[in-house]
Write a protein that binds this ligand. Sequence first.
Ligand code: HGA
Length: 609
Amino acid sequence: MCGIVGAVAQRNIVPVLIEGLRRLEYRGYDSCGVATVTAAGPQRVRSVSRVAELDEQVRTAHFEGVTGIAHTRWATHGAPTVNNAHPIFSRDALAIVHNGIIENYEALREMLRAKGYEFVSQTDTEVIAHLIHSLYKGDLFAAVREAVLQLAGAYAIGVVHKDQPHVVVGARAGSPLVVGYGEGEYFIASDALAIAGSANRVSYLEEGDVCEISLEGVRIADRAGNLVTRESRDVQAYGGYGDTVDLGPYRHYMQKEIFEQPRAISDTIPALDEAFDPVLFGENAAEVFEGIDSILILACGTSYYAGLTAKYWLETVAKIRTDVEIASEYRYRESVPNPRSLVVTISQSGETADTLAALKHAQSLGMEHTLAVCNVATSAMVRLTEFTFLTHAGREIGVASTKAFTTQLVGLFILAVTLGKLRGHVNAEQEAGYLKLLRHLPAALNGVLALEPQIIAWSEEFARKENALFLGRGLHYPIALEGALKLKEISYIHAEAYPAGELKHGPLALVTEAMPVVTVAPNDALLEKLKSNMQEVRARGGQLYVFADADTHITSEEGIHVIRMPEHYGLLSPILHVVPLQLLAYHTASARGTDVDKPRNLAKSVTVE
Ligand code: HGA
């Protein structure tokens, strides 16, 4: 979603700001802008096109400055127009960039209108600009500290004022912000990635912090107004973010990331002697895990489907009751807290606003045992939870998640077996069997990736469709959901998933010759039931596209197209079966010519509600 970069230096900082925006592009945005400040006032360039177009405008106009702020916007309040693009000004004296949503903006707007402020954008951000302006008495750091106390909602901001042309002030609550330390120059950014290379060290700001960067250095105040220091770390500790990610032989990052899954999974599987050892999740995990009596999984989107898959594993292998909830629903509903439950949050970035809020909500209800399954070691989620399972997917750039999903599944399966062992439901022989399955997984995935040419042939058919149904049963129902989500996200084809047994309760009405029905058909206990469901579709003329395990004896015939999966993979079969669905979505979208890595209206890290 939105990205922020800010800098104070003694050189023209605009190219650094633009490069920062470029590195944040993958998060998804619909407009962008940059402002620099001099004693004469802030000046800005904004675009509703890509950062490359902003860069062109900047170069043509010889737009320069030693102090500046820049932004990629994913509109929440007000259309993605140039007028609503950040930086937003207040009375040509102050400029601001903002990530997040100000929930009390209407009340603040009325208060500021009464003071004579005129609003020229539809954004909630403009109230912060005028509020800080109204409180400014020669010290921007002080004015921002006072202003943020009046804000309800989530924000990360960067602010400049013409009377302090060598100062940028930042603040955060609910949205991330880092401070970067370079050689005599300082930065702020919503992600260390944006400033790595220019900054050598970074500090993560805590909730409620306000910072000031100037040529003299950095000051940070906490919510109570006390000056504090925040630990800084070498920027390399954040994963060598200085590197640009090379596409190699692939056309899109999503395709590259699909093919990286064997490597990502092998990096995520712990060393042999640590597998299924509770210490993998944190120091005293064994003790805590022994005391829990249920699991509550909170997540959104693809991570939610990882949670749904994990429910089957946790209940089958560990025999522990598991509930899975959509984070944005859980946080607002009345629920019955169970302090003996382990709350598991799943998020690629660890910054997903809804999941973070749901986690805090569960904690506020007295559920203190928490575990994050996350891909970013330094994320807010990892810092907020008692235990962590870190996936090692590496940077995922495609907005539609692929390798983050399959590595989350690996982490959740390891959790299920670990709990199963502790609870006496997994014996040594079973443990060895699960370990063997895990270890062979990268090789098995390579076998599935080799199906790409057959999937490309199907995708040409799919590219001409406007609707698709996905069917799965049991453990593979969440995989059908994930396949439908992938297709929707990047090809814009309307797709829905059903547990195959539900067909006759409604969706069968949609089935005609024009409806492709993708079926996930592993060779499991539900196979015969699934075959009957397939016949129900065929009887109505529906076209079946089946990913069938080798020994299912489902063969191609009139109206039934079959791609054979290389091997049956038992409990870990969902990890194999999701891969052809990712490839089908990818090649269908590619054939339709959509912007696969940055699908319309979507963003990578969903850092707003
Ligand atoms: N609410 C602001 C910023 C939106 C945002 O943070 N998106 O990720 C706006 O709409 O401009």
